[in-house]
Design a protein around this ligand. Sequence first.
Ligand SMILES: NC(=O)c1ccc[n+]([C@@H]2O[C@H](COP(=O)([O-])OP(=O)(O)OC[C@H]3O[C@@H](n4cnc5c(N)ncnc54)[C@H](OP(=O)(O)O)[C@@H]3O)[C@@H](O)[C@H]2O)c1
Length: 216
Amino acid sequence: MTRPRLLINFAITADGKTSTVRKDPAHFTSKADLHRLLEIRKRADAILVGRGTLEADEMSLTIPAEHEPAKQPLRCVVSRGGSFDPGHKIFRSKGGAVHLLATDPRPDYDPAVYEKSGATVHTGALPDFLHRLRTEYVVETLLCEGGGSLVRALADLDAIDEINLTFAGHTLFGGQDAPTITGALGEHLPRSLEFELVRFDPQDNGECFLTYERKR
Ligand SMILES: NC(=O)c1ccc[n+]([C@@H]2O[C@H](COP(=O)([O-])OP(=O)(O)OC[C@H]3O[C@@H](n4cnc5c(N)ncnc54)[C@H](OP(=O)(O)O)[C@@H]3O)[C@@H](O)[C@H]2O)c1
């Protein structure tokens, strides 16, 4: 499949969780973690999130001017049914062009609602969208910032090339139903995916920055 190089970035707790059972906003890490996220965003031509993360974390998916971005990455949001909130700040904030993907739109889904605010609306399967980002929108590097449900689908496709983690050793969320980077505990992947640890960078605040590369 022709697709962008795909990076993911997550903060995980000492018990390997990315959120609470209630899927509260993920505000459990540090300024250094935010700085690192913004540096990773600067490498990306586009950012991709699931609708759940966009809404839980009230994201605008931009790089602040003080970080001197060479460009603002495209902002891509994925939903099955297309239940994007038309009042969400992504439709009002300045930043990269907004692309919405509905993989299985509800009968009453109305793309015109979002097109009015300048968004480009896509329907179809996730792999086709990745292909289109690479071939039509020249996205070489795509950063997925979660959540776990979306990353699980990307892992099923073996489409993840680099994993960036902030291990937040100071926090535990707990609970069988608290999600991991591949979502809720459930079925194994179709096969194990092997990654190589290429960066191990302990911080002095109980956190550690880790980067893994997919071994192919
Ligand atoms: N610790 C971290 O670094 C981090 C990072 C990201 C998120 N989080 C946390 O994770 C929680 C959200 O997790 P989540 O798993 O619910 O988030 P998610 O994957 O962002 O959102 C789930 C929603 O995204 C859409 N979606 C997911 N996979 C899809 C696929 N394969 N095809 C089409 N649409 C798909 C669906 O939307 P529809 O319902 O509209 O169909 C689904 O309900 C929040 O608490 C957030 O703060 C933490």
